[in-house]
Design a protein around this ligand. Structure first.
Ligand SMILES: Nc1ncnc2c1ncn2[C@@H]1O[C@H](COP(=O)(O)OP(=O)(O)OP(=O)(O)O)[C@@H](O)[C@H]1O
Ligand SMILES: [Mg+2]
Length: 401
């Protein structure tokens, strides 16, 4: 599990730390940096996919001219904070037993340097260790030659072992697998309405292959039961079964059978229903990832169903094998979070006249804990109390200074 992400001069963060729980909810105004956090995870995911730096930041094309990866928004010119040309990302994993000092987190960090014109990467340095990585530690794996078109040292885990004995290659493998198993979803209902081929069990980032993923879930009677019970809870449909009629070329299309015998195919299902089904497919499908990043999860979901969505995700992460980070603009959604989940909800904010963004766990904002007991967290959020508190806090610090 990832416990923390730290960013240095990445996008609109000068220095920021994001504590991660099993289910981490990110809130904050437009342009606060929520999607930039997603970009940081995408950078790590690109490493996990064995892409070169040019591909991760730019684009990845495969044979046949198919683009399989859209780079980091803003590309190489806008990846570093303002006029900086070095950025760093570190990821903390679970505690790890060390001989010398007992349980410590294991940290992977990468520091990327661009040329002054921000046209290419000229140097990358990586390290894996048990204490926070400071400047002096950037000697784990140095990558100089043709950096732009090479991949991270982490991708060739043996290199870590060779360069520094302490960096055993298994540790590199732990991170590489963790980064590889991150999924990013931005569901597009029309993509979910397209019939797909059985055996295609990986849900696309926009929800592609929804029909064949649901088909695979239904092949296991136990999983099908779970799926149907959530469909019944989450959607207004009285679903009793799924059917998967095939077209001329064998592609299948998910169809829900209602108790009264009515059949509704994905073609005519509502956008919100499809979004729910895609979330269910992402978590219950055979290719379950270890880490999910969901943008604006309340999108298209009726307020009266929101609590079921948070309940489903909390129920899934309670199984201990997955982690979810979700962004939201919904104050109501905060109200439905279990106290344990609320502990890991973070506010992303910018202070007046300052271009960089900051991150603060909402329960760590002075007085938040007491106030949340008296009035709902929803009210606090929609009244702007979280942001205002950070603003006044900053003001106080300046006054004292
Ligand atoms: N290299 C950079 N240096 C400084 N600021 C940057 C850089 N790249 C992006 N930004 C800032 O980040 C902001 C976008 O942040 P982001 O897309 O993460 O916001 P968000 O919280 O997801 O907002 P929304 O809720 O509207 O989706 C832009 O307004 C831009 O000012
Ligand atoms: Mg955004």
């Amino acid at each position: 599990m990832l416990k923390k992400l730290t960013l240095d001069n990445f996008k609109n963060f000068q220095h920021a730390e994001l504590e991660l729980g099993a289910f981490t909810v990110l809130i904050g105004a437009n342009a606060a940096g929520k999607s930039n956090i997603r970009e940081a995870f995408r950078f790590l995911h690109g490493i996990g996919r064995n892409y070169t730096f040019a591909e991760i930041i730019g684009e990845k094309w495969v044979d046949g001219g198919v683009r399989v990866w859209q780079g980091i928004r803003g590309g190489i010119r806008e990846i570093c904070y303002l006029d900086k040309n070095v950025f760093g990302i570190s990821a903390y994993s679970d505690t790890h037993k060390t001989k010398e000092s007992g349980d410590r987190p294991l940290i992977y960090g990468i520091l990327v340097t661009l040329d002054n014109n921000k046209k290419r990467i000229i140097d990358t340095q990586e390290a894996i260790q048990s204490i926070p990585i400071s400047k002096a530690d950037w000697q784990g794996y140095k990558n100089r030659a043709n950096t732009q078109n090479s991949g991270a040292g982490l991708q060739q885990s043996g290199l870590f072992k060779r360069i520094r004995k302490k960096h055993e290659s298994e540790k590199a493998t732990v991170f590489k697998q963790m980064f590889n198993s991150i999924r990013f979803f931005d569901f597009v209902p029309d993509a979910m309405r397209i019939p797909s081929v059985t055996g295609q069990v990986v849900l696309g980032d926009r929800g592609e292959n929804l029909s064949s993923v649901l088909y695979a879930i239904c092949e296991d009677s136990q999983q099908k039961k779970i799926l149907l019970s959530w469909v019944e809870e989450l959607t207004p449909m009285d679903a009793v079964d799924f059917e998967f009629p095939s077209d001329q070329v064998g592609r299948i299309l998910m169809t829900i059978v209602e108790r009264n015998g009515q059949r509704i195919s994905a073609y005519s299902m509502s956008d919100g229903t499809l979004r729910f089904l895609a979330i269910l497919a992402a978590f219950l499908g055979p290719k379950r990832a270890r880490f999910y990043f969901l943008e604006e999860i309340e999108n298209g979901i009726h307020p009266t169903r929101l609590h079921l969505l948070t309940q489903f995700i909390e129920n899934q992460v309670a199984q201990g094998d997955i982690q979810v980070v979700a962004t939201t603009h919904s104050p109501l959604l905060l109200n439905y979070l279990k106290p344990k989940t609320l502990e890991n909800a973070s506010l992303l904010y910018r202070l007046e006249d300052q271009p960089d963004a900051h991150i603060k766990r909402i329960m760590d904002i002075p007085n938040a804990r007491q106030l949340v007991k008296k009035q709902s967290v929803m009210r606090l959020y929609e009244s702007g109390w979280f942001e205002n508190s950070m603003f006044f806090l900053d003001d106080d610090v300046e006054d004292v200074a």
